[in-house]
Design a protein around this ligand. Structure first.
Ligand SMILES: C[S@@+](CC[C@H](N)C(=O)[O-])C[C@H]1O[C@@H](n2cnc3c(N)ncnc32)[C@H](O)[C@@H]1O
Length: 273
């Protein structure tokens, strides 16, 4: 068996450095169409208080699997399909830009499943040298059954939380501890959260195969940002982060490559959902 080597690039490339000094300011309340790395490169350093985002998981199969007992089909999306090396490089490039456009000590929260969460954590911690503070496990009590019948039902996703600074200098990050205790019923909130999958009512204006529930994003926005903060979601999808931010009096900026999902996000945000 041939040995595969991952050789992380620890510094920005010449092309990436040449983009430093970009000066187009991101406008809150805007969905920017296009590739997130290209869009972020047009913005100045430290434009955002936080980034909360849900990137492609690299879990799509060449052909989605389905079964007779449910309408569920496994992910089969072109935007979610990479070779392992390409996924690593994609992750390094977009997280490098996120770390540049989020202010020092701003929160970075990234969704993932077992397919990609190790890559996200490795890039944040070892390639970009950020302080990874914790991981939330989202348990979905109504997760879809396992179609193959050869594995336990996949019923968790994860959210990695990093502070945008080196381990030595990270500090003064935003986390509303008092509010987290209220959510925990007077006890310290645990990092295992039971929240059901996205309800149908949130898909009424159009749906996305990996749309997140508003309840989950509201909890994250409430605890990890402050009113008036500007939050970036560079993989906006149908706009769940923006919907939660609006509900809670935060400002947001989104980037999404797919025109169909932008359309759904605009409808949702226009309808206040
Ligand atoms: C996991 S989904 C986000 C779903 C979102 N959290 C929601 O609740 O609707 C990831 C999104 O990233 C978009 N995307 C993939 N690659 C992208 C890129 N390079 N730049 C911008 N958007 C991209 C996909 O079209 C997809 O909608």
């Amino acid at each position: 068996m041939s040995e595969r080597r991952v050789r992380p690039r620890l510094r920005p490339s010449a092309e990436e450095r040449a983009d430093a000094g970009a000066a187009e300011t991101a406008r809150p309340g805007t969905i920017y169409p296009g590739d997130c790395v290209e869009v972020m490169r047009t913005w100045p350093d430290a434009s955002f208080d936080a980034c909360i985002t849900d990137p492609p998981y690299n879990m799509s199969r060449r052909k989605g699997l389905k079964w007779a007992f449910s309408s569920h089909v496994t992910m089969d999306e072109q935007w979610d399909r990479f070779s392992n090396d390409d996924y690593f490089e994609f992750t390094r490039r977009w997280l490098l830009e996120v770390c540049r456009v989020v202010r020092a000590n701003g929160n970075i929260l990234v969704f993932g499943s077992f397919h990609n969460i190790y890559v996200i954590g490795f890039v944040l911690e070892h390639v970009l040298g950020r302080r990874v503070l914790q991981q939330i496990t989202w348990f979905k009590p109504n997760a879809q059954p396992n179609i193959t019948g050869r594995l336990p039902t996949e019923s968790t996703e994860y959210i990695i939380w990093a502070c945008n600074n080196t381990p030595e200098h990270a500090g003064k990050w935003t986390f509303d501890y008092a509010r987290s205790k209220e959510i925990g019923g007077g006890k310290q909130l645990r990092n295992l959260w039971q929240i059901p999958c996205t309800p149908r009512s949130e898909r009424r204006l159009g749906s996305h195969p990996s749309q997140k529930p508003v309840q989950l994003l509201e909890r994250i926005v409430r605890l990890w940002t402050k009113p008036e903060d500007v939050i970036l979601d560079c993989f906006l999808g149908t706009g769940t982060t923006a919907a939660a931010a609006t509900q809670l009096g935060r400002r947001w900026v989104g980037i999404e490559r797919d025109a169909g999902y932008i359309e759904i996000a605009r409808k949702r945000l226009g309808a206040g959902a």
